[in-house]
Ligand binder design. Structure first.
Ligand SMILES: [Zn+2]
Ligand SMILES: [Zn+2]
Length: 338
């Protein structure tokens, strides 16, 4: 089968790879869609720390079950499926506490272990969700949306609260959409006007704040001086994450959804005077995927609506570098396989 391998930073190669039958507990999935996200761009550029090469990228996956190994349940041959790409150990302290998303030895397909940028992939069958009533595009966007849904669930957001979401990329958009679904008033903050338009249109954010135009004053004004009780940062930008402290209401929560590979410093009085709760939010669980599927089925979320770019598998290598350029204005790019 054909496989696209990221051989080293800056270089993909189309290779022929052997296939194998699914082992016990595994399903063989014919991959049909691969969503591309920030992690993939970082891996390609070589600035994803602890990333090993060669690596097959691809963790936002949908496809069709072609074969099942022994002892599988929940999916049948021919089912359209979405992949939950987080392979947890099942025995560590986090796994034992029902938090496999932050397993101590988590392996994410396409990141820590080879992913789905290939024609077929063996996956543990219990990491598949049958999605016969969704499109392949919708199924491949469940993963990034589930990350947003997880962050909202983790924050404990309730109806009537005001949430500020900083960053209007695919993850931030998902956070906004699920915060709206919880009945919150949502303020979207972004540096790009195009993305602010998506925050309003796709995610139905109530208010837009341009991050470069006195955001603190505008946020104070929008909340009658109270500030949002929950702030989500989905920028993956250390400066934004540090600045986010200033926008949280006294008694509020700050959730870091985006990840940055550096230190974040904060002034303790800003933290203490608010009795602020600072939370990390990592990946998602199968429950979050289920939540997203339900929202998509009910028409509450336009799962595939933020796909801006697509390419067939054979053209992916050429397109990828174009997608990296800011002027391409990619929100979500997706690779199609037959
Ligand atoms: Zn992703
Ligand atoms: Zn574990």
């Amino acid at each position: 089968m054909k496989t696209i391998v990221c051989v080293e930073p800056g270089r993909f190669e189309m290779r022929e790879q052997d296939e194998r039958a699914p082992g016990p507990g595994e399903a063989l999935v014919r991959i049909r869609r691969v969503g591309i996200c920030g992690t993939d761009y970082h891996a390609f550029r070589g600035n994803q720390p602890f990333f090993e090469y060669p690596r097959i990228l691809g963790h936002e996956l949908s496809g069709v079950v072609e074969a099942l190994g022994e002892g599988t349940a929940g999916v049948a041959v021919g089912d359209r499926v979405a992949v939950v790409p987080y392979l947890e150990c099942g025995v560590c302290i986090a796994c034992r506490q029902g938090k496999p998303n932050c397993c101590t030895s988590l392996r994410v397909l396409g990141v820590h272990t080879d992913g789905g940028m290939r024609e077929r992939l063996n996956v543990p069958a219990d990491h598949l969700l049958a999605v016969n009533d969704l499109t392949l595009d919708q199924a491949a966007t469940l993963e990034p949306l589930a990350i947003g849904a997880h962050a909202v669930r983790r924050s404990g957001l309730t109806a009537g609260e005001t949430a500020l979401v900083i960053g209007g990329g695919p993850i931030g958009l998902g956070v906004m959409a699920f915060a709206k679904a919880e009945g919150a008033n949502v303020i979207a903050m972004e540096v790009s006007d195009e993305r602010l338009a998506l925050c309003a249109g796709w995610a139905k954010a109530d208010y837009l704040v341009h991050a470069k135009r006195e955001p603190a004053d505008r946020i104070a004004e929008l909340t009658g001086g109270d500030y949002p009780t929950v702030v989500f940062d989905a920028t993956g930008n250390a400066q934004s994450m540090a600045d986010a402290f200033r926008y949280v209401a006294h008694g509020g929560r700050l959730v870091y959804v985006g990840l940055v590979k550096s230190d974040i410093a904060f002034h303790d009085p800003e933290f203490h005077k608010r009795e602020l709760t600072l939370m990390g939010s990592r990946n998602a669980t199968k429950e979050d995927f289920a939540r997203v599927m339900e929202a998509v089925r009910r028409g509450r979320i336009d799962a595939a609506g933020y796909i801006t770019h697509r390419a067939p598998f054979a053209d992916m290598i050429g397109e990828f570098e174009r997608w990296l350029r800011p002027e391409s204005k990619v929100v979500k790019a997706i690779v199609e396989l037959q």
